[in-house]
Write a protein that binds this ligand. Structure first.
Ligand SMILES: O=P(O)(O)OC[C@H]1O[C@](O)(CO)[C@@H](O)[C@@H]1O
Length: 546
């Protein structure tokens, strides 16, 4: 299997990039009144408009050729049929089985995993209903009021992001608090306000070895036992989500309180599994199922839509076009919906942990930039923070703008004001403001010729900054399921287009190992390992001055 850059479609795209870099989006719009119709696609509940990306029909068809030449369709079937496409870890990649609402068999090594998935969903349902219904009683026979979800990375970001997104659908049955940071300040801040008699802990860790999570979990047990004073009480207040029964037992959690997941569920794709338990506890099991249903709709779209209408594939093709061909090495995620305020953080892990890599399937160094730096925040707040850079900085950052037709809560005219910003920003980034317009605006304001000359260069906006607009109906359980699944499949396609193994994370594993070696050095009696002078100096300063 040769490198992607040897493919004829790749070479054609390289030539097109040279041409397109001379083009202005404003001209492309002026030349083609049907541009929006040509470069947009819809599925129920989602309008995806990529007409403000710096492409033309030729580039689009070259991108489709790239998708064909890289065998996206075959890889897609491999994923859905449980082949071990995570070949560096010898694992299938089957988060799609977790939301397979058709219940058709999904085989892993000759075994249909759907009965396992359904059994776990049934266990989650029974548990959620018991806790939410007040029948699950704590050690003093009181029902649960607060849930503390302890986990990090994929065992935190997905559930927390969805919990935040669906806040407005929650009743006041339970509060859910998330603790991910090993900085004890976070755990202490949460526990300070809680009553152990009415608190349930959900310890989520696929491996049940992640140092941050296990440290927080152990401290939570200590805090709990200080009050409960009885080891047996733990069974009423601690549940776990993990693949590692040996470790959950060792920790002291009874098997019946362990929700399982499987090695074919990657951490950053795990919110659909029992890792989503805190979501179900917060908004109810039925709503959690709606999240799965929304994702399942997108799985079906991804499997069956033609390449030129296939939204996740188009998202991936555009990312590769912008990054590997046009040389834009960052991408902003800008939700114009408060419910999606954690989406940028979630997608940072999704995309960068998956595809932030530099070798091909065969382990050769790729000669192109792979994925961009993903960053962002809610659009309106960003407008008053970093949009200056997006409009007039001398690097170009393509951006995904995401909004909804309806707000979760109507408050006066707020939504129209919000959306007018959403529309205005992408229009301005596309069209910019040229010299003629700046001159006319300043003259209309009564500025002198001299004043106009002084201000001119500062007020010109070059525009030509690519954006995509995603319009959801309203952020509800189904919509959030759809949106996440779109990005997940985008990440999958990106990996194939770039020939990157998307489902391992060796870089993160390296950090984990290094930190635990240094941890031992930090004790008083800890022996210093050899380090560079900076690291050694920092450790010594810490030990001598803390
Ligand atoms: O669920 P675990 O095993 O605690 O791992 C947490 C996270 O750590 C990572 O390995 C690295 O951040 C993620 O992929 C994973 O989601």
């Amino acid at each position: 299997m040769g490198c992607r850059s040897e493919l004829s479609s790749w070479k054609a795209l390289e030539q097109s990039a040279t041409k397109l870099k001379q083009q202005h989006l404003k001209t492309l719009f002026a030349q083609d009144q049907a541009r929006f119709a040509k470069f947009s696609s819809q599925i129920p509940g989602v309008l995806y408009d990529y007409s403000k990306q710096l492409i033309d029909e030729e580039v689009f068809s070259q991108l489709i050729s790239l998708a064909e030449q890289t065998d996206i369709a075959t890889w897609r079937s491999k994923m859905f049929s449980g082949e071990k496409i995570n070949f560096t870890e010898q694992r299938a990649v089957l988060h799609v089985a977790l939301r397979n609402r058709s219940n058709s068999p999904v085989m892993v090594e000759g075994e249909d995993v759907m009965p396992l998935v359904n059994a776990e969903l049934a266990k989650m349902k029974a548990f959620t209903e018991k806790v939410r219904g007040g029948q699950w009683l704590g050690y003093t026979k009181k029902s649960v009021k607060d849930v503390v979800a302890i986990g990090v990375g994929g065992s935190n970001l997905g559930p927390q992001m969805v919990t935040e997104a669906l806040k407005n659908y929650a009743d006041d049955t339970l509060n859910v608090h998330y603790v991910s940071n090993v900085d004890g300040v976070q755990l202490a801040g949460v526990l300070n306000n809680l009553n152990p008699e009415t608190t349930m802990f959900v310890i989520s860790s696929k491996t049940f070895t992640t140092s941050e999570t296990m440290t927080n979990a152990r401290s939570a047990v200590k805090w709990f036992l200080r009050h409960a004073q009885s080891q047996e009480a733990i069974a009423k207040h601690f549940v776990a989500v993990s693949t590692n029964l040996e470790k959950t037992r060792e920790f002291g959690i009874a098997d019946e309180n362990v929700f399982t997941m499987w090695d074919w569920v990657g951490g950053r794709f795990s919110l659909w599994s029992a890792i989503g338990l805190p979501i179900a506890l917060y908004v109810g099991f039925e709503r959690f199922l709606e999240v799965l249903e929304g994702a399942f709709e997108v799985d079906e779209h991804f499997k069956h839509a033609s390449f030129d209408k296939n939204i996740p594939l188009i998202m991936a093709m555009l990312s590769v076009w912008n990054t590997s061909f046009l040389g834009y090495t960052a991408q902003a995620i800008l939700p114009y919906d408060q419910a999606l305020h954690m989406l940028p953080a979630y997608l940072q892990q999704g995309e960068m942990e998956s595809n932030g890599k530099h070798v091909t399937f065969a382990g050769e160094t790729v000669p192109y930039t792979t994925v961009p730096l993903i960053w962002g925040m809610t659009g309106i707040n960003g407008q008053h923070a970093f949009y200056q850079y997006l409009h007039q900085g001398n690097t170009i950052v393509p951006a995904d703008f995401i909004a909804s037709l309806k707000p979760q809560v109507e408050v006066g005219q707020h939504h129209d004001i919000l959306l007018s910003n959403f529309f205005a920003q992408t229009e301005a980034m596309m069209a910019g403001v040229d010299e003629q317009q700046v001159r006319a605006d300043l003259a209309a304001k009564g500025k002198s010729e001299q004043e106009i000359e002084q201000l001119l260069a500062h007020k010109i906006h070059q525009g030509n900054r690519p954006t995509t607009s995603i319009l959801l109906d309203v952020v509800d359980a189904k919509a959030i399921g759809r949106l996440i699944a779109l990005y997940e499949h985008k990440i999958f396609c990106q990996g194939i287009l770039l020939q990157i193994c998307s489902f391992d994370q060796w870089g993160v594993e390296l950090g984990k190992g290094l930190a635990s070696a240094i941890e031992a050095e930090l004790t008083k009696e800890g022996v210093s390992n050899p380090h560079d002078s900076s690291t050694a100096g920092l450790i010594a300063y810490y030990k001598n001055n803390r």
